[in-house]
Design a protein around this ligand. Structure first.
Ligand code: ADP
Length: 255
């Protein structure tokens, strides 16, 4: 793979993302505009009780659609933000423990039992801590959403993969996904969740972040049994890190 091919791939992925963003933001904005226009038409009839109530409904609709736009743009911004993305040596067990702790309240709310199985003696991984936290929170939240209503078990395990990467398995006992959905889960804006609940950005962001860290994300899912995501991360190598820092950014540059 030469540099030009990689660059072209990056650019077309960016273009695709931008097109998706434009499309997805346009839909709610179009509704807002329509509603706003309607408010203008109706304002002349303010003295009528019915008109006042309908203006209230319309305003609520505008707010709902606005929230939707805001959620999408917030996620995009946190994805695009340049700060706090430095790669450090991260103790993966400590990070997983912290994320499980942070998710405790949500787990109880959806009646999910969280089980943790950590391997001992794992090397630190090379990752940006805040981005890795985002990845695990997305994976945990998806698992909670999948098991909402039914309850279930979320099992989080750390281990050494046979390829020398550090692995984190996030396994749920939710409904699983058929092949047709599985094919699309990393697509920006693909969601099966209702408006206001899903943006379809979680997994595409996870995918981008993990790739940037030199890792890999894998999924296996069985309908009626559950879903397991596996995040593979490279061990932290002080020599590589020093070389990248000397180059002025390394992993951070060129993104
Ligand atoms: P969102 O959560 O906003 O829908 P994601 O990109 O995180 O966006 O997920 C995309 C879709 O993948 C979800 O809408 C859901 O259909 C599916 N999905 C993700 N994680 C799971 C899971 N653990 N179990 C079942 N389906 C899942």
């Amino acid at each position: 793979l030469n540099a030009q091919v990689v660059e072209a791939g990056k650019l077309s992925a960016l273009g695709e993302m931008a097109a998706g963003i434009a499309h997805e933001i346009n839909n709610p904005v179009a509704i807002m505009m329509e509603e706003a226009g309607w408010i203008e038409d109706v304002l002349g009839e303010l003295q009528e009780q019915d008109a006042v109530r309908e203006i209230g409904d319309s305003a609520r609709q505008i707010r709902t659609q606005g929230v939707r736009c805001r959620d999408i743009t917030h996620k995009l911004l946190s994805f695009a933000r340049r700060s706090d993305r430095e790669v450090h040596a991260v103790d993966i067990n400590a990070m997983v423990a912290e994320m499980v702790e942070l998710s405790g309240q949500k787990a109880r709310t959806v009646s999910v039992h969280v089980v943790v199985a950590m391997a001992e003696g794992l090397p630190p991984v090379a990752a940006s801590p805040s981005e890795l936290q985002q990845v695990f929170l997305n994976l945990f939240n998806n698992a909670f959403d999948a098991m909402e209503g039914s309850g279930g078990t979320l099992k989080v395990a750390t281990l050494m993969s046979d390829t020398g990467m550090v692995a984190v398995n996030v396994a749920d006992t939710g409904p699983g996904m058929p092949e047709a959905i599985l094919q699309r889960i990393y697509d920006p804006f693909f969601t099966t969740k209702p408006v206001g609940k899903g943006t379809g950005l979680g997994l595409s962001i996870c995918y981008g972040l993990i790739n940037k860290m030199g890792g890999e994300i894998k999924v296996s899912s069985i309908v009626g049994v559950g879903t397991t995501f596996q995040v593979l991360l490279p061990p932290f190598d002080p020599a590589v890190h020093a070389a990248q820092a000397a180059q002025g950014g390394g992993l951070l540059a060129g993104g």
